[in-house]
Design a protein around this ligand. Structure first.
Ligand code: 2P0
Length: 334
């Protein structure tokens, strides 16, 4: 029997992926950029056992058996086998796949990104596939291709209809900007009403703003963000991130039917951050929202105590099931 284990990080986009140019191949309409969180805090862990003695392929997610016929999972398996030099032994393998997240579902983080990145890395190790595996992770979930790398990562949309150039590359490792901190504010633990896949699909079909954003806004913004990261220009970084997050949610409103991911608390946090930055006469904190109400803050380590105090004053927290609450100790660092 062959056994491999891998871990992969959660990533939080600072320039958002929103919209596919090809639903089947999971090819995006625009480039995106994210930071991967430290894997010692938030990650997916996947173990794969391969043996000719198993009766069938099987998969367990967080201890529960799921269908192995999930089309996205099958896409990853097919892609890896296409790239592998299959030995006669490998040809006969059946796989038992166990994947676990070390973060609570209550944190509202997309588990599919870390999960599919991890699955792809583990499959690559098992089948001895070398080279970039971000395109394999992408076949599972678009944002998963960014979780293949640590630090700041850019997913290039590419132009090839087959998606050969739609891959992720690391911009810089986390060590480039060690002062960067990420706070995840758990506003609501409920599952979102509209999945991001449906929200994006409806957006591509109905939103003119989505098309405008992809063609006229993101290409320039993504270059500026790249530069802000390279030069560690926090103010520029935060401004671009906030603008891009708000534009993604404007696209969601411009979609028919519209998708509402933010709630009153998310808007309250956004208002507070703008008021705080204005009172500070500089941009000390940036925020971003994915397809849900939980707001993610990016800030520098030296500003963490003050910002936590501010949040505690305006949004006194109540204990959340399963969430380890670390006051004065940021939950994640890039
Ligand atoms: C992102 N999101 O860039 C954006 C911002 C959510 C908001 O990528 O259909 O789960 O699997 O490709 O990757 C969530 O979308 O969608 C996402 P699929 P995915 O992080």
């Amino acid at each position: 029997m062959s056994i491999v284990t891998c871990i992969a990080p959660v990533n939080i986009a600072v320039i958002k992926y929103w919209g596919k140019r090809d639903e089947q191949l999971i090819l995006p309409v625009n480039d995106s950029i994210s930071a991967s969180l430290d894997t010692d805090q938030l990650c997916a862990k996947t173990t794969i056992m391969a043996s000719a003695d198993f009766d069938a392929d099987r998969i367990w997610l967080n201890g529960r058996e799921e269908s192995i016929n999930n089309p996205r999972l099958q896409n990853c398996l097919r892609e890896i086998k296409k790239r592998a030099q299959l030995s006669p032994e490998m040809e006969n393998w059946k796989l038992h796949i166990c994947s676990k997240n070390n973060f609570p579902t209550a944190a509202g983080l997309a588990s599919s990104a870390a999960g599919y990145a991890c699955l792809s890395a583990a499959l690559a190790k098992l089948y001895r596939v070398e080279g970039d595996i971000s395109s394999i992770a992408r076949c599972g979930s678009g944002s998963a291709c960014r979780s293949v790398y640590g630090g700041f990562v850019r997913w290039y949309a590419g132009t090839d209809p087959n998606g050969n150039d739609s891959i992720a590359k690391q911009i810089v490792p986390a060590s480039h900007w060690p002062e960067m901190r990420i706070l995840i504010l758990v506003v609501n633990e409920e599952r979102k009403k509209t999945s991001s896949a449906i929200g994006m699909k409806n957006g591509v079909l109905t939103s003119e703003l989505l098309k405008y954003r992809a063609e006229h806004c993101v290409p320039k913004r993504v270059e500026e963000m790249n530069q802000a990261i390279m030069t560690k220009n926090f103010e520029k970084f935060a401004q671009l991130m906030m603008k891009d997050s708000n534009q993604m949610h404007a696209v969601c409103l411009d979609t028919s039917p519209p998708c509402f991911y933010l709630n009153d608390v998310s808007f309250g946090v956004i208002d507070l951050i703008h008021a705080y930055n204005e009172a500070s006469n500089r941009v000390k904190v940036g925020y971003t929202n994915d397809a849900g109400p939980n707001t993610v803050l990016y800030l520098l380590e030296k500003d963490v105590p003050e910002v936590l105090g501010l949040l505690d004053y305006y949004f006194p927290s109540k204990p959340v099931d399963n969430v380890e609450y670390k006051r004065g100790n940021p939950p994640a660092s890039a």
